[in-house]
Ligand binder design. Sequence first.
Ligand SMILES: [Cu+2]
Length: 127
Amino acid sequence: MSRVSRMVLPLAAAGLLLAGCASPGDPEVAVVEITGTGYSPVTLVVAPGTEVRWTNADSRAHTVTSGGALLPDQQPVPDGAAEFDSGRLVEGETFAQVFEVAGDHYYWCEYHGEREQMVGTIRVEQP
Ligand SMILES: [Cu+2]
């Protein structure tokens, strides 16, 4: 083993350890609460790369589902962005999604979207 590689390997190992810990490189986290009257806030504005976490604080089950028939004239997510679906979230459960693509990401609750207008928007834009 050469003198150079002996120096580089410990540095690489240290880098791997740091990657597993909290650091300034970790994504920003923003929170949406799911309540009995809908998503709070209804529209959340975040920077690209932000992780959004929805938590169901209601006794009823809900979903966080992009697109949907409530928005026939709107593009559910911007070009190049992934659609998302939490599935059934019971009280206390959390769903997380990282948003990278700028634009409006519309979503709704599959159980209460149509009847109760339970809809929300994640707006991704540069700060
Ligand atoms: Cu719901």
